[in-house]
Write a protein of this length. Structure first.
Ligand code: 6GU
Length: 267
């Protein structure tokens, strides 16, 4: 996968080169290029913003530097014209242009999975009040444009949100995570939260590890873990259990028992 990021704070993205994602970049599983939006300005002050038409607080990111940056990214990734002239069909998919914005579609694990199959992602990190809307409209010709929020709160710019999305997506690329089983087992992968986990010592400051985990009975441990996942999900994220038709009778029993013992429900 190729990922391009455009930002006025390219140093923000340096953290992505650490740890597992950095290793994936070093191994060539992931190509990451970070571009400074100001490199696509030509006035003495490298201006990227201006006041909003119609009035109002704050500043708006000017369209032209974005258009030049996106043209640059698109051209850098294109095969030579001779390679495409004889091609049949629709040709390669458009790169996906993700525009971090609190006004976007809410990013979740399902979207992370969808995006992890893409060939090319581009993140346009806005600052100030956002980017001139015409950039998004114009970019639809060459990109699949996806305004995307990471949750219902406000950040100062798209950099941190882009890092969140890039980490969530790139760890799903085959080979990026050493042990693919850890992907299958974790929270959200099947819409339930993770079970509680423990390591040595078996008793720590007077707190013992649940007995069953020391039993060696793998079927009983698996059932215990599923029960804890169901309870935890019912307690902190009941919304994740709405409209689920894939829970078995035992799952329902665990949830019913949990609900009838929950003081928040019985009072
Ligand atoms: Cl993606 N960007 C900004 N600026 N604020 C946000 C956000 C994104 N998601 C939630 N708040």
């Amino acid at each position: 996968m190729r990922i391009d990021v455009v930002s006025i704070f390219p140093d923000y993205l340096a953290g992505l080169r650490l740890s597992l994602i950095g290793k994936a970049i070093d191994q060539g599983l992931l190509g990451l290029s970070v571009h400074d939006l100001r490199d696509f300005t030509f006035d003495r002050h490298n201006t990227v913003d201006d006041s909003p038409y119609g009035g109002g607080a704050g500043m708006v990111m000017k369209a032209e530097p974005w258009a030049l940056a996106l043209d640059h990214i698109r051209q850098a990734g294109e095969p030579a014209p001779a390679d495409t002239s004889g091609s049949l069909g629709a040709g390669p998919a458009k790169p996906i242009l993700i525009v971090p914005s609190p006004a976007g579609e809410v990013f979740d694990q399902r979207i992370a999975e969808e995006l992890s199959a893409a060939e090319h992602l581009v993140f346009a990190c806005g600052r100030y009040e956002g980017i001139d809307q015409r950039v998004l409209d114009w970019a639809r010709e060459d990109f699949e444009v996806r305004p995307m929020s990471i949750g219902d709160y406000v950040l100062n710019g798209g950099e941190v949100a882009s890092m969140v999305m890039i980490e969530a997506v790139s760890r799903l690329i085959p080979g990026v995570i050493g042990n693919p089983e850890s992907l299958a087992e974790e929270s959200h992968e099947d819409g339930l939260l993770e079970y509680p986990i423990y390591t040595k010592p078996a008793v720590w400051r007077g707190h013992a590890v649940p007995e069953i985990l020391l039993s060696g009975n793998h079927a009983a441990i698996a059932r215990w873990r599923r029960d804890r996942r169901l309870e935890r999900t019912a307690e902190v994220r009941p919304d994740l259990l709405d409209d689920r038709d894939d829970l078995n009778a035992r799952d329902r029993e665990v949830l019913d028992r949990f609900e009838s013992s929950d003081p928040a429900v019985t009072e």
